[in-house]
Design a protein around this ligand. Structure first.
Ligand code: UDP
Length: 357
């Protein structure tokens, strides 16, 4: 029977009573990734025993450096796209946060088949394993499912992955399909499931290697390179700090009235990409020029760059009292300081220092 939406994802008190040493066991797939590593830290702070699982295709062991010696953290290097791995990680879990997946628009543009197949495979494997073991699962989905629909995007809006002849919609469709798989398992076996549709998330440990705009702009500004605004620059995004997003994911798993539902997770402060470039340049205090790069020169023909993206957060606010507080300039300042100190994946601090001297 589908869950009514009145239930929490899992009964923490009951699970805790039977957990070893009273510590709830959380699995975080993609646990060495950008968002996953912050979520591991958040869950460790809340007293969970955390099993991070990552195939290290884009995740980095270094992302977990701050908690590497924590006695309640275990990192397993494996791909949850393999059914036996997915099965093994679910056996002893009280709750699963399934974040593993392939992201990045540049990857999607270059390898659309790989991106669609890998996302579908790992989602199907994890959902099947979670259903087999009856383990509650929070599935990370994406704002991409809304495509270029009218903002603000509401959870009950129809998904709009786009045309099949264009490469971008495949990722959105794989995410939407995974949501249907999750709710299909909920209907068939009563699998407790919550879907979190993540909007643009930024912060420490994010790499711009596969497209993500803010780490690219920050690295460009620190190097004194041109800041590359694609297209008109009038397209908008809302950027949430990764630590706040991690907190929201943990809160969602622990909140009442969430099972069987979808939640937008992100910021609703809408910024144009041109304004983002201006903020980065201003906070960096550098003279880096801002240049316009035609979309056609970075993406293949037919690649759609959504014009606006903004979530409605009413449902999330009701469930967890979500009030993100990190402002964009504050996030940019944090990243610039990290970059100067050698703490960003794309920035060579020695090169930044030699520029400053
Ligand atoms: N973008 C840009 N310059 C870059 C990288 C990205 O102007 O060097 C733009 C991109 O075209 C998009 C926005 O920034 O409009 C956000 O891109 P990102 O890849 O971070 O996320 P998504 O498109 O998935 O929201």
């Amino acid at each position: 029977m589908p869950l009514s939406g009145e239930e929490p994802l899992f009964d923490r008190a009951a699970r805790q009573a039977s957990a070893p040493a009273g510590r709830l066991r959380a699995v975080v797939t993609g646990g060495a990734g950008f968002i996953g590593s912050h979520l591991c830290e958040e869950l460790l702070c809340r007293g969970y025993a955390v099993h991070a699982v990552d195939d290290l295709s884009t995740g980095r062991v270094a992302n977990l450096a701050a908690v590497a010696t924590h006695p309640a953290l275990r990192l397993g290097v494996a791909s949850v796209a393999e059914a036996d791995v997915a099965d093994r990680v679910c056996v002893d879990a009280d709750v699963v946060f399934h974040l593993a997946g392939v992201v990045g628009v540049q990857r999607l543009a270059a390898e659309p088949l790989d991106v669609v197949q890998r996302n579908l495979r790992c989602n199907e494997a994890m959902l099947t394993a979670a259903a087999r073991h009856g383990v509650p699962i929070l599935l990370a989905s994406s704002s991409e499912v809304y495509g270029d629909g009218p903002v603000p995007f509401r959870e009950q809006d129809p998904v709009r992955p786009g045309v099949t002849e264009g490469p971008r919609g495949g990722y959105a469709c794989a995410k939407a399909m995974s949501e249907w798989l999750a709710f299909g398992h909920a209907a068939r076996s009563g699998l407790p499931v919550v879907v979190a549709r993540l909007f643009n998330t930024v912060g420490p440990r994010q790499s711009g290697q596969h497209g993500m705009v803010l780490p690219r702009f920050v690295a460009q500004a620190l190097r004194g390179d041109p800041i590359t605004v694609y297209g008109s620059g009038e397209q908008t995004r809302c950027f949430a700090h990764v630590r706040e997003v991690a907190r929201a994911l943990a809160d969602l798993a622990e909140a009442r009235g969430v099972a069987g539902r979808v939640f937008n997770v992100g910021s609703e402060q809408e910024t144009t990409v041109a304004d983002l470039a201006a903020v980065v340049r201003e906070r960096a205090g550098c003279g880096a020029p801002i240049v316009r790069v035609p979309l056609a020169s970075v993406f293949p023909a037919g690649f759609v760059d959504p014009v606006r993206r903004r979530p409605c957060l009413q449902r999330l606010r009701r469930a967890i009292g979500w009030v993100p507080s990190a402002s964009l300039p504050a996030i940019v300042d944090e990243l610039l300081a990290l970059g100067r100190a050698g703490g960003l994946p794309d920035v060579d601090a020695a090169c930044v220092r030699s520029r400053a001297n």
